[in-house]
Design a protein around this ligand. Sequence first.
Ligand code: SAH
Length: 254
Amino acid sequence: MSGRLAVVGLGPGDVRWLTPEADAALAAADALYGYGPYLDRIAIRPGQARHASDNREESARAASALRHAAEGAKVAVVSGGDPGVFAMAAAVCEAIESGPSAWRTLDVTIVPGVTAMLAVAARVGAPLGHDFCALSLSDNLKPWELVERRLDAAASAGFVIALYNPISRARPWQLGTAFERLRRQLPPTTPVVLGRAVGRTDESTVVTTLADANPDSADMATLIIVGSATTRTIVRPGRPPLVYTPRAMEAVRS
Ligand code: SAH
């Protein structure tokens, strides 16, 4: 079987954050599958077929792409950021596990990309400089009670927390509830970073505190980093603040 499938991370938006490996995987494909706005970001080469689908159709998209690859095509499935972070690589693995046995013999490659939390962290300093975790606030694929338990556990264990999928029209209240939950465990001065559409022309970044963090300033293109009790903000004259988490507990001075 000569077909193959690459799951390709496009990075958060800026073409300079598309790796040469990702670019080569896109160029080698006969067919590109993905959410429409992600496919819009890349140049379709002559002869390439474009299969855009809705963001909520990840399982169906993975199955279509695998079927196409099993017929002998070179298929690329694209994701924003990294394909393994709340994205298509897991959907493809799920489809392979539950699909026809022929799909297990396909040549499958995952091409990593710059995930949103790394891009947002780089904009403000080094908030992920020590132990951290990433959580999706979407309760499409898990109950909200589990999100709350994980928020409590992460905050009480001292992790910096990156929040993906913070809010959407269908989920307007979750982020406010998450901030309330975190305020029970963390000091009001804990730094909070809201990075929106980082790497795109409409990018914006806000550095605030847990006490002042406003869920209304986030949308579905926003990645939020909530510091731990050791995360610090350096105020600089004439320059934006630097937010960082020291590498060792001993480095913390009050
Ligand atoms: N695979 C992607 C994440 C998909 S989940 C990655 O690795 O980045 C979608 C969420 O990612 C969004 O709701 C938002 O929280 C975050 N996100 C994606 N692109 C972003 C960007 N350019 N700026 C800020 N956050 C972004």
